[in-house]
Design a protein around this ligand. Structure first.
Ligand code: NAD
Ligand code: DAU
Length: 356
């Protein structure tokens, strides 16, 4: 059997592909990985799969209908797992166009291609097919400090161009189920962290800046709250929903781990003080407060009881174990960081793939 993953060279997608091909329950199933290799896509994340026939990488855009049609016809996947997106809120503020293009129009094109493919399937193959849409808790908007966490029925109140584009894609997926009967699953997850996280996001940015002796920029007062989930737990939750989720349902995924940004940064500094002490003194000396993000959501919190009650999923990592693993990973992968920062990973792709 085969699955089609979109965005499988990005942070979560690459962790998902690696975990899928390592997990005893899924490792015999081939992955076709469609990724446009934007600045956020990095084939180095998948270097350990080089020469592995279970992984077929295709460089391409989810908005390219002819390409998606061809991949579906050729590989006959039993599921599409849709990770591909523009994912960075700050970039969406500076340039929302790419977010509408990929997250809204791209999801539309992918859904239409998947609908045509699924409609032509028959019998067991048709009944078993799933379109799994990977989404975010940001679609629900911002919570007051004492408000209950987001459940799956919380109203959609997206506040950034990124979250608005993801909300639009969630609505498309929902409508394709209700109107056409497409067998969809949607998951809305909180902030991930872990290996291969592009260092424009809070946790990897703080690690790499601290190691380089650069400022650690905290937006505004740093008291914005996020729920943090280790990326491996997000991947296991998606595998669980794909295997057991009820068609047409949405499942919230979270780590039961709300923390203000300031605390996150202090935790990263403390771990670096322990694992790679600086001769200049504690890393917290580098913390600087900078101008806040426009429209900055104050708090996200996930109520993940539905996925636990219905499907028996809970995160395996605590924040303490997950963040320690993550800091260690960055310390041990200075070459990955340097490549991503220098743009050298694009050179690696050209060197490795241009002659194939
Ligand atoms: P990422 O930015 O690290 O990776 C996105 C990947 O999609 C990249 O490999 C990129 O090349 C690819 N891509 C972008 N546009 C494409 C296009 N038009 N066609 C094909 N590929 C394209 O993102 P991420 O953090 O791994 O997030 C993956 C998904 O999970 C996204 O849908 C995001 O909204 C969602 N999500 C992320 C988080 C988080 O904390 N990072 C939390 C919840 C949900
Ligand atoms: O909640 C899930 C979302 O989490 C995902 O849907 C997004 O794809 C993902 O990027 C993430 O969005 P955030 O905006 O929460 O993540 P980011 O790492 O950009 O920022 C986390 C918090 O840290 C946020 O409150 C802004 C703050 N921040 C961020 C950066 C980059 C800073 O204070 N300083 C910074 O330099």
């Amino acid at each position: 059997m085969t699955i089609l993953v979109t965005g499988g060279a990005g942070f979560i997608g690459s962790n998902f592909v690696l975990d899928w091909l390592a997990d005893a329950s899924t490792r015999d199933e081939r992955v076709v990985n469609l990724d446009a290799l934007t600045y956020a896509g990095n084939l180095r994340n998948l270097a350990s799969l080089q020469g592995d026939a279970r992984h077929v990488f295709v460089k391409g855009d989810i908005g390219d209908r002819a390409l998606v049609d061809r991949l579906l016809a050729e590989h006959q996947p039993r599921a599409v797992l849709h990770f591909a997106a523009e994912s960075h809120v700050d970039r969406s503020i500076l340039g929302p166009g790419a977010f509408i293009k990929t997250n809204v129009e791209g999801t539309f094109t992918l859904l239409e291609a998947a609908r045509a493919y699924w409609s032509a399937l028959e019998g067991d193959a048709k009944a078993a097919f799933r379109f799994h849409h990977v989404s975010t808790d940001e679609v629900y908007g911002s919570l007051a400090p004492d408000a209950p966490a987001f459940t799956e029925t919380h109203p959609y109140e997206p506040n950034s161009p990124y979250s608005a584009s993801k909300a639009a894609s969630d609505h498309l997926v929902r409508a394709w189920h209700h109107t056409y009967g497409m067998p969809v699953l949607t998951t809305n997850c909180s902030n991930n962290y872990g290996p291969y996280h592009f260092p424009e996001k809070l946790i990897p940015l703080m690690i790499v800046n601290a190691l380089a002796g650069k400022p650690l920029p905290i937006y505004g007062d740093g008291l914005q709250v996020r729920d943090w989930l280790y990326v491996g737990d997000h991947c296991s939750a998606i595998r669980t929903v794909l295997a057991k989720g009820r068609v047409g349902e949405t499942y919230n995924i979270g780590g039961w781990n709300e923390k203000p940004n300031r605390e996150i940064v202090h935790t990263v500094c403390a771990l670096l003080d322990e694992l790679r002490p600086s001769a200049e003194g504690p890393y917290t000396r580098l913390i600087t407060h900078v101008k806040d993000r426009p429209g900055h959501d104050r708090r996200y919190a996930i109520d993940a009881r539905k996925i636990e009650r219905e499907l028996g999923w809970r995160p395996a990592e605590t924040f303490e174990t997950g963040i320690r693993k993550t800091v260690r990973w960055y310390l041990e992968h200075a070459d990955w960081v340097a490549d991503v920062q220098s743009g050298g990973y694009r050179d690696w792709v050209a060197a490795n793939y241009s002659a194939r």
